[in-house]
Design a protein around this ligand. Structure first.
Ligand code: PGA
Length: 259
């Protein structure tokens, strides 16, 4: 089955409103020669930068995503942002359960599940992050961790909406470290994730779900990673903060996906 690739930039806590606008303007120029039929391209700035980025991306096919979402519709949740606030601002995607949120902000598989339900209920495309730490990999627990993150994170989700979910496999030891998973290691994890998704949603839905790789992906390794059968895109941190490096990576990813 052919899945359209999706490359998303996770800007993390970088770029104020003016810087975000400038980055998207530059990216539009850099991407003038690519076909958006080959790849979905998304940028995920911080909340306060969303407005200027949505405005800058308006006349383009660059999608805009947030980096978090709260599960409640409204109420006494200081510092949180609801699905409706995102949708009514023009946001289309949302990253859920990034390892930095799991590590520093108490995110659990249960809160990932609640946020995922809120995102799907509002028609947002969720990018749900899973991945093992170095200790888990070295302790031979990678598959057990991925299986738990998927089974608990995706509990109670209707298989009919599952094809609209994007999963990002981000081995924690590869994020921001310069240590990318080799294409073989990444492919094995992606294939395992897809088999777990099939256990939850059935084979047909699992075959339709796009699974991104994330963790030190750059233009130098994007082509080989994307040529793997179960790698359907990338979630990019550092290399997404400059228009030229992000655009180069997207072109390599498209080339790899056509291999
Ligand atoms: P990185 O980050 O590309 O800088 O490793 C990826 C991510 O955390 O999404």
């Amino acid at each position: 089955m052919s899945r359209k690739i999706i490359v998303a930039g996770n800007w993390k806590m970088n770029k104020n409103a003016a810087e975000g606008k400038a980055l998207v303007e530059a990216l539009k120029g850099e991407l003038a020669d690519i076909s958006f039929d080959d790849a979905d391209v998304v940028v995920c700035p911080p909340f306060t930068t969303l407005g200027s980025v949505i405005e800058a991306a308006a006349c383009s096919r660059i999608g805009v995503g947030a980096q978090n979402i709260h599960w409640a519709a409204s109420g006494a949740f200081t510092g949180e942002i609801s699905a409706d606030m995102l949708v009514s601002s023009g946001v289309k995607y949302v990253i859920i359960g990034h390892s930095e949120r799991r590590q520093y902000f108490g995110e659990t598989d249960a809160t990932v599940n609640s946020r995922l339900k809120a995102a799907l209920g509002a028609g947002l495309t969720p990018i749900v992050c899973v991945g093992e730490t170095l200790a888990e990999r070295e302790g031979n627990r990678t598959e057990a961790v991925l299986a738990r993150q998927i089974r608990e994170g995706f509990a109670g989700i209707d298989a009919a909406v599952a094809p609209g979910i994007v999963v990002a496999y981000e081995p924690v030891w590869a994020i921001g470290t310069g240590k990318t998973a080799t294409p073989d290691v990444a492919q094995a994890a992606h294939a395992f994730i897809r088999s777990e998704l099939a256990g939850v949603f059935g084979t047909e839905a699992a075959e339709a779900i796009r699974i991104q790789y994330g963790g030190s992906m750059k233009s130098e390794n994007a082509r080989e990673l994307l040529s793997q059968p179960d790698i359907d895109g990338g979630l990019i941190g550092g290399a997404a903060l400059k228009a030229d490096s992000f655009a180069k990576l997207i072109r390599e990813a498209i080339a790899g996906s056509k291999n």
